[in-house]
Design a binder for this molecule. Structure first.
Ligand code: GLU
Length: 290
């Protein structure tokens, strides 16, 4: 059965881009007589708020969307993330890291010529803490994946050269091979668990989509670049990967991507101004779809 999900973070109001994303997922599930799930991505407890979570339910119902009753909340799933971290740790692929952004920036100030500084997960980590052992992790350390060892581990099983993900979207349609991605130089040692958080966006999303039986991840094209990381994690955790559908992004009149801080484009502001749900969906090109 087809299963997809909408996975907002309760850190601000949903805007037109979220309405579009949620509606696309809902419609794809409806077309395939599948299930549409809702997941609250609240691992960042310093920014998540109950009132934003409540407004997510409120806005989505107002638009006319329905979802399966079992809403997953990431803040309740720490034991599952810990299990996955232990699995990666047992493979010898993790190390603790105490670097601040400032430390990383400083170390990258004089990069070797031709070395890209930014990967899909931000600054490419220069490996300052790579010599440390996971057994020496201190409570406020982050945990990173040693990407070189991860690649070697998959290479040994001849997995990496065949690694691909299935994309059914407007940017790409077909099987997208990861064989040409230089993970060590283009992605780097990304964070598996953020300091004081016990997990990261990448780890949680993979663990949760797997646990929920998601068969197709529907999300915005801004997350296209994170997909090789997610596909790699599925392989390391020995989990079957879903397919992906990255949809186009809704932009404001200046062509800029909408962000949570753009309150003016929030669903709530359109509701308050007297728009109907149909009008809100029409703003994102989805006239008469529900
Ligand atoms: N929580 C993410 C966001 O609000 C979406 C994650 C995903 O769909 O993979 O952008």
């Amino acid at each position: 059965m087809y299963v997809t999900r909408f996975a907002p973070s309760p850190t601000g109001p949903l805007h037109l881009g979220h309405a579009y994303s949620a509606a696309i997922g809902f419609l794809r599930a409806r077309k395939k007589a599948g299930q549409f799930l809702l997941r609250i991505e609240d691992i960042d407890q310093s920014r998540s708020r109950d009132h934003w979570e409540n407004q997510i339910y409120d806005d989505l119902s107002w638009i006319g969307l329905t979802w399966q009753p079992n809403v997953m909340r990431q803040s309740e799933r720490m034991p599952e993330y810990q299990k996955a971290i232990r699995k990666l740790g047992k493979l010898g692929l993790l190390y603790p890291c105490s670097c601040t952004r400032g430390d990383i920036k400083q170390a990258l100030a004089a990069p070797q010529e031709g070395t890209p500084k930014n990967g899909p997960d931000g600054l490419i980590y220069p490996g300052i803490c790579r010599h440390r052992s996971i057994s020496d992790a201190r409570s406020n350390d982050a945990i990173r994946l040693n990407i070189k060892q991860a690649v070697q581990y998959l290479d040994k099983g001849k997995i990496l050269k065949n690694l691909a993900f299935s994309e059914n979207g407007p940017i790409y349609d077909g099987s997208y091979s990861l064989a040409d991605i230089e993970f060590t130089t283009q992605v780097g040692d990304f964070v598996i668990a953020r300091r004081d958080m016990g997990t990261s966006y990448h780890l949680s999303v993979v663990v949760d989509d797997h646990a929920s039986g998601v068969t197709e991840v529907v999300r915005g094209a801004d997350l296209w670049e994170a997909t090789p990381i997610h596909r790699l994690l599925y392989a390391l955790l020995d989990m079957p990967a879903p397919a992906w559908h990255h949809h186009d992004l809704i932009r404001d009149t200046d062509g800029k991507r909408l962000a949570k801080r753009d309150d003016a484009r929030s669903i709530k502001s359109f509701r308050d101004a007297g728009d109907t749900p149909e009008q809100v969906l029409a703003h994102v090109g989805l006239d008469g779809v529900l």
